[in-house]
Design a protein around this ligand. Sequence first.
Ligand code: AP5
Ligand code: MG
Length: 245
Amino acid sequence: MRGQQHRNRVGAVVLLGLPGSGKGTQAGRLAAALGVPSISTGELLRRETEKGTALGHSVREIMARGQLVSDELVTRVLAAHLCSSSFRNGFVLDGYPRTVAQARLLGQLLEKREFGAPRVLYLDVTAEEVKARLANRVECPVCGATYGTVKDLAARGGVCEKDGSKLAHRLDDNAESILERFRQYELNTKPLIAYYEARSLMRVMADGSPDEVFGRILNSLTAVDRHAAHGLKSTRIMVAASVAG
Ligand code: AP5
Ligand code: MG
């Protein structure tokens, strides 16, 4: 019975990609489709800075410069968050892991929860495309909702449609910090592609509209699950297929 329960769990799905590749945009959709929560380590850290906690103070400057928070600290924040029972069936991870050391730590976290290896989706998009996206992005400093275009911002009168807060550019969405985030990605995160390619990487073309990208993500997951299940229909396959269809 316990084994059966474990088989039906969604497990961990990781979204990997350049800053602005659409990790946050797709994490919410995917989590809703799979019926599990999504977690953005960037969001968790930003929440700490907004609350003005000691942890928030210690990471604020690092994040504003576009550098990476230490593996130890970000993993501690993630692990504390994962203690909630809402993650028992699985979760979608946006922005973690970002270094090979974090990938190993994630492996240990998952093992403790008796989850299998994560399914990793690499959102593949050009640097030119994501730079344009980041230049246009504004978000709600209270709920984290993201709005993609200048037109979007004007149409909404500059306020969040969910809670009416004034929308703003993210502190790290300036030319200098974006450059540093790209540098950090090349140096620390890109090696994860090879790391997971040897295990469980699915490459998804992340150009086109958010709906098109989401369709590709679901197709990739469905194909891999079908393969893994050897013809057995699992809950997660049915969820993904029903959304894709
Ligand atoms: P984080 O918040 O994760 O930022 P990031 O990796 O730089 O990625 P972004 O959030 O900028 O982009 P995204 O891929 O989510 O794209 P989005 O969907 O918003 O991390 C911030 C910082 O926190 C790090 O720099 C670091 O300091 C720290 N940190 C976090 N995790 C850490 C870790 N594990 N280790 C160490 N430090 C860590 O899309 C971007 C824009 O494009 C939006 O406006 C969106 O509407 C639009 N868009 C999305 N998809 C499309 C599409 N298909 N077509 C057109 N527009 C689109
Ligand atoms: Mg994001």
